[in-house]
Design a protein around this ligand. Structure first.
Ligand SMILES: *Cc1c(COP(=O)(O)O)cnc(C)c1O
Length: 401
């Protein structure tokens, strides 16, 4: 498998030719049940007719014009996102990391615009992930991700997830805000209790700090509400979206209240591609579907069924699965065996999943997944676990003694 692509990914030797709903068809014709969704991206599955039609129609009209001009499709998407959320204003970009860069800049600028330029430091949490740019890496402080890339950018202080006393102790006169994922996705599908988010809101209000949620993975229906914070009952001042927002087309967004966005005046931030007409057509098409109450009802219902079946399988295979974690259709299987072993066994059963930190295998199916497809996936998970158990008790054929 030699290739001229930069070898910065550990790729599996498998390529897909097309997709239909929750299924991906490999170049050898094999069909895979896609519970990876391109890392929690393909919210409406593959080749969704409404998304295909919207994108195709827009491609034929105009793809890109730049932010030198008004973009009506973007004004419409921003209005709809604001109507459906706490926010008053939206900045569009092209990825999760870029959305989080926008969040970090906005938190700093808010304090500066309010006469506190000395307040630039941001509190983040252990185990978090906010992207692969230098600022988002500095925010998450993951040593493995920072290694070899020079001194990390200053301005981030980290505390343990869920420890409100540690948060209070870490706040100084230089602190500008707090940034947190509602459920840590890459970090291992770990969530603080809802109470913690209420406590963060209170601390931010008392100390004049901004509260920013990284909903790049949890937003757009993944947790059974349009935005994850709606489930936790706490509103942020700023929120980042990306993964599910464009249904596979790269779209990121920073949503903010008018007060939090103070200071982001013309010339303070930008992106050449951000919010172009094609991206906005994709975003509007995804929102058309996900915003429907019956769509979110479906996500919640399927989550219940899924969790029930997972609990049964965990009980049947305690030597493979230690714990089932997560919210909505962001599910983590904490493994007893190395998580890669379960992911490989699932792929052998033609079920796709994604690794996460803390030895977790993530199941993040498209939100349109049906009862029958969940049942099929669970049958495959059951067989994969059984195969691992057999491999552990029986000597592997051909294994040298
Ligand atoms: C994936 C992810 C990001 C980074 O998004 P990219 O599009 O890969 O830049 C940031 N934050 C969270 C919570 C994510 O899950």
């Amino acid at each position: 498998m030699s290739s001229h692509l930069l070898p910065s990914y550990a790729r599996v030797d498998l390529a897909f030719e097309r997709g239909e709903g929750v299924w991906l068809v490999a170049t050898d014709g094999e069909r895979y049940l896609d519970f990876a969704s391109g890392v929690a991206v393909s919210a409406l599955g593959h080749s969704h007719p409404h998304v295909v039609a919207a994108i195709t129609e827009q491609v034929a009209k105009v793809i890109h014009v730049s932010n030198l001009y008004r973009i009506p499709e973007g004004e419409r998407l921003a209005e709809r996102l604001c109507d459906a959320s706490f926010a008053d204003t939206v900045f569009f970009c092209n990825s999760g990391a870029e959305a989080m860069e926008g969040v970090l800049k906005m938190v700093r600028k808010y304090q500066s615009a309010n006469g506190h330029p000395e307040r630039y430091r941001i509190l983040t949490f252990e185990g978090s992930f906010h992207g692969r740019t230098l600022a988002t890496l500095a925010a998450a402080k993951n040593k493995k991700h920072l290694d070899g890339f020079g001194p990390a950018m200053d301005g981030f202080d980290q505390v343990p997830l869920g420890d409100i006393e540690a948060v209070k102790r870490a706040i100084t006169p230089e602190t500008a805000g707090i940034v947190i994922e509602l459920v840590q996705g890459e970090g291992g599908v770990r969530a603080a209790p809802p109470q913690f988010f209420r406590e963060l809101r209170q601390v931010c209000d008392e100390r004049g700090l901004l509260l920013a949620f990284d909903e790049v993975q949890t937003g757009i229906g993944r947790l059974g509400e349009l935005f994850g914070y709606q489930k936790f009952g706490v509103e942020p001042d700023i929120m980042a979206l990306a993964k599910g927002l464009g249904g596979g087309f790269p779209v990121g967004a920073v949503l903010a209240t008018e007060a939090a966005a103070k200071g982001m005046t013309p010339g303070t931030h930008g992106s050449t591609f951000g919010g172009n007409p094609l991206a906005m057509a994709a975003g509007n098409a995804v929102l058309d579907m996900v915003i429907k109450p019956e769509f979110l009802d479906h996500v919640r219902q399927i989550t219940l069924l899924f969790r029930q079946r997972l609990a049964e399988i965990k009980d049947r295979h305690p030597s493979v699965i230690e714990e089932v974690r997560g919210e909505g259709l962001l599910i983590g299987l904490k493994c007893k065996v190395p998580n890669g072993e379960l992911i490989d066994a699932l792929r052998a059963e033609k079920l796709l999943s994604v690794a996460a930190g803390d030895n977790v295998a993530r199941l993040v199916p498209p939100l349109i997944v049906s009862d029958a497809e969940v049942a099929e996936a669970m049958a495959r998970l059951d067989r994969a676990c059984a195969a691992i158990e057999r491999g552990k008790t029986l000597p592997k054929p051909g294994a040298a003694g």
